[in-house]
Design a binder for this molecule. Structure first.
Ligand SMILES: [Zn+2]
Length: 148
């Protein structure tokens, strides 16, 4: 235990910073599209299957050939959890918050958090739409979802 001189307050620790996505050669196209307010997923050039998260090969036919394909950004809540304890100190002031798996109308699933105003309204099957959240300190734009 540190004993502080009388009258001195302990230093306030800096706010923990939020973990940020780190684009890789495989994911850079996803992040570049997000900066342009477009949501894209991989489409297999061989069998046409859409997939997310980005993967080197198609899980259906194993083809390594793929392209980015725009999707609607609309879908529904497949499942969700309401977290009352933050998984990371950067979210300490946000709890309780909702982390949801969204199934896009195109059939691809994505994981998102929901804005605070949706925390008590969300249900399985709730319609959602994408929005794009710029994180200027991180030079990244996050595609996130909110209730439609
Ligand atoms: Zn395929």
């Amino acid at each position: 235990m540190t004993v502080l001189p009388r009258g001195d307050d302990p230093p306030i620790p800096p706010a923990p910073s939020r973990p940020r996505p780190v684009p890789t050669p495989l994911t850079e196209g996803f992040w570049a599209a997000a900066r342009e307010r477009r949501l894209v997923v991989q489409r297999c050039d061989h069998c046409g299957r859409l997939r997310h998260y980005p993967q080197e090969r198609c899980p259906e036919c194993t083809s390594p050939a793929w392209s980015w394909s725009p999707v609607s950004g609309r879908g529904e809540v497949y499942t969700y959890t309401r977290s009352h304890k933050p998984f990371h100190p950067a979210w300490a002031d946000a709890a309780p918050y909702v982390v949801a798996t969204v199934e896009l109308d195109e059939g691809v699933r994505m994981v998102t958090d929901l804005p605070p105003e949706d925390t008590d309204r969300v249900q399985i099957g709730s319609r959602v739409e994408v929005f794009f959240d710029d994180l200027p300190d991180y030079e990244v734009t996050l595609p996130r979802f909110r209730l439609a």
